[in-house]
Design a protein around this ligand. Sequence first.
Ligand SMILES: [Cu+2]
Length: 341
Amino acid sequence: MYGFLIAIGVVLLLSVIWMVYRIQSLISVAKGSDKKIETTSNKVNAFLFVVFLVGTFGLMTWYSIKEFSNYQLPIASVHGEVTDKLFWITMAVTGFIFILTHILLFWFPYKYQYKADRRAAYYPDNNKLEVIWTLVPAVVLALLVISGWRAWTDITDPAPDGAHQVELMGYQFAWEIRYPGKDDILGDFDYRLINASNSRGIDFSDQNSIDDFPSQSVVIPKGEPVIFKIRARDVLHSVFAPHMRLKMDAVPGMPTRFWFIPTKTTAEMRVELGDDEFEYEIACTEVCGSGHFSMRKVITVVEPEEYRKWYNDQKTFVDSNPSLVLDLPLDDKGLARTSNE
Ligand SMILES: [Cu+2]
């Protein structure tokens, strides 16, 4: 009970203080306040706007020049030329507008800081200006969006017939790679078949799986279409190969794909960069857990003849572990034994 009364008392006291303050303000308004508006802090703040403009612009320029090589890694795929061109056009248009509007944004507070002898001009509207600043951005943005959309539909079209298939499966925290083998068809998979000896859940009762083989790195031929068939075993991951300008999410339960044509072998890129140890890489770009950083795989791009030789030399899952097909019907086992002829 006392608590309630004290609370009411406090509220009443605050109300009284507030009323006194309001009355005092109204009296000073009625009297005409002689409070000075043009203060030193006003000038300091106006000046700081200019300092901020020049300082951040300088930092941005310095950083952009210093990191420029990281913005434009050499391109190693056909569609990379298209996406890079789009990137730089968008960058030029938005960068120009960004710099222009920010110069105005920070310069105006300085230029139009309070001056006792200055009055603001009244300028109600200008239809011509409104039309211009609505139409110009609308047209420019429409052009950017349409060219981006056309490039995207080209890139995501179905892969050409005969594209080399590579299956990439992401899991916490690595990638597993599978090739379709001599029949060029990846065998089925089912998450319920995942176990210690079959980490990808490959269905070895599907005859197309019998000649599938694993690989420690992604090996692909230069100048021929390649399709990555991407899936995830546990959480979201994302396949990112920066030199190929390739990025596609790996989603559990929803296979995705990305096809492209590599244009430079690893050896050629080593010469171009003057770096004998250069490797193309896939990095996971979905923060997928504590071991996310370790989801790196090497892509080796080789000449087509070298690729075919490598491809024919690989050992199938079944060759490495015949027990994978021990439970299968007799016909399939027979096929397994003859798969590596
Ligand atoms: Cu990941």
